[in-house]
Design a binder for this molecule. Structure first.
Ligand SMILES: [Fe+2]
Length: 442
């Protein structure tokens, strides 16, 4: 049930609509253009607010999620309404916690809202491919467990953007929960809280069953900015406080862009909504990061951005985060032989061929838009017609993607459509790593 909205929240909601307008699709068409199935596309489902459970005391951990830190550690993040120790106890059997780590606690204010206590602790070293049981704030009432990813290929990723928290999001999460994945990658637009901070708490509760069990690695979208001139001039306040990623470990000075290695894959999370020009810290960091990649250790390179650089949907054409970021950074990714670029922002699915500078190119990344997680703004149903030759598959349906990197040369990509509430594979492709293609040697 949606939370009742108090007057000041209603005012903020109006402001949210004004400021977040960049992501609204006002062009919903009766019939989808460019889709590849006869499936009749559904209307958006309303947002669903997940409340505190009534029996929770103020020290009860909630909104638990985990993320990778380096090769063998995990950051545990959780929130309590009141004071509680930032301690994680963990071990390989339920209820038997051989180790304990005490981390730190923060909180933030946003207009009239004050967050709960936001705790985090980094635990490890951990063994690969192993289930660990853990409790937060020494609270035995709630035991969680996660599985660490494998140290070597194969590895399975879920990729999903623009998730939101609607009935469709719930369906997408159910489908993701049915897959035996290792790491989730999210290219921006998480909660769609849009300035109304209790929705960040609701989102934390919604994703907890999955995000407490597998590492969720995210980057930011426009809905994370939440900057209001004069009233709240700082950007990314809630996002940075709640979804801290391992940026220091990759030499980044910002939670808005970072990289990490996992099981033979170097993953780069870029920030579409922070500086990316050639003099920016992000550009220099990316250049240095790509220069350090060892393709014998990580034969695959995967990049996530929010605003797509290639897009044949009518939504979000010509935005500077797409056009200028591409003009600045595409050459770096091409020279480094990045294998695939995932984006969100456009609420639909689209898969391109390997493309560089608008043309098909066998040594450049595949581009995929996967902004169809289920957010409240609905689908982006209009496409430029005809489809450009570089666009191989496009469809405006909710869903999610899975990337199974099988070995150093081959990976299987599948897109799973929410066909009503059924999980149906709508598109698939085998990709070959560029590091294994002698014609693409640099
Ligand atoms: Fe977006």
């Amino acid at each position: 049930m949606r939370a009742p909205m108090r007057p000041h929240l209603a005012l903020l909601a109006l402001m949210a609509a004004a400021f977040a307008g960049a992501c609204f699709d006002l062009t919903r068409a009766a019939a989808a253009a460019g889709g590849t199935s006869t499936y009749v596309r559904p209307e958006p489902r309303p947002a669903v607010f997940i409340h505190d459970s009534n029996d929770e005391d103020s020290a009860s951990p909630q909104q638990v999620h985990v993320s990778l830190v380096g090769q063998d550690r995990m950051r545990i993040s959780w929130i309590t309404k009141g004071s509680a120790p930032p301690t994680v106890d963990f071990g390989k059997s339920p209820g038997a916690y051989q180790s304990s780590v005490t981390g730190n606690t923060t909180s933030y204010k946003y207009l009239l809202y004050k967050s709960g206590e936001i705790h985090e602790a980094v635990i490890g070293p951990l063994e690969p491919n192993t289930v660990y049981f853990y409790r937060c704030s020494s609270n035995s009432a709630r035991e969680f467990n996660f599985k660490t990813p494998p140290a070597q290929l194969p590895i399975k990723f879920v990729v999903i953007g623009d998730l939101g928290q609607t009935g469709w999001t719930k369906t997408t999460l159910e489908h993701i929960g049915q897959s035996d994945y290792d790491v989730l990658l999210l290219p921006g637009d998480l909660s769609y809280a849009d300035f109304i901070q209790p929705w960040w708490d609701s989102y934390g509760r919604l994703v907890e069953p999955l995000a407490s069990q597998r590492p969720w690695m995210v980057t930011q979208g426009n809905h994370e900015i939440e900057k209001i001139p004069i009233i709240h001039p700082r950007s990314f306040t809630a996002y940075n406080a709640r979804w801290r990623m391992p940026f220091e470990e990759s030499g980044s000075d910002s939670n808005l862009y970072y990289s990490f290695d996992i099981a033979g894959v170097h993953i780069i999370m870029l920030g579409s909504y922070t500086d990316f020009d050639q003099n920016s810290a992000q550009y220099k960091w990316l250049q240095a990061d790509l220069g350090k990649v060892d393709r014998t250790r990580t034969p695959w390179i995967v990049v996530l951005i929010h605003a797509p650089w290639y897009n044949s949907n009518t939504a979000h054409q010509g935005e500077k985060e797409s056009v200028e970021m591409k003009a600045t950074m595409e050459g770096l990714l091409y020279q480094a032989r990045v294998d695939v670029v995932f984006a969100g922002h456009v609420h639909a699915y689209e898969r391109f061929t390997r493309v560089y500078n608008e043309s098909a190119n066998d040594c450049s990344p595949v581009h995929v838009t996967i902004g169809d997680g289920g957010n409240r703004e609905g689908l982006a149903e209009r496409y430029n017609d005809p489809a450009p030759p570089i666009s191989l598959f496009r469809e405006a349906s909710f869903g999610h993607g899975r990337l199974e990197v099988v070995n150093s040369t081959h990976a299987l990509w599948t897109w799973h459509r929410n066909d009503d509430d059924q999980n149906v594979v709508g598109d698939s492709a085998w990709w070959t790593s560029l590091s294994s293609n002698p014609a693409c040697k640099v």
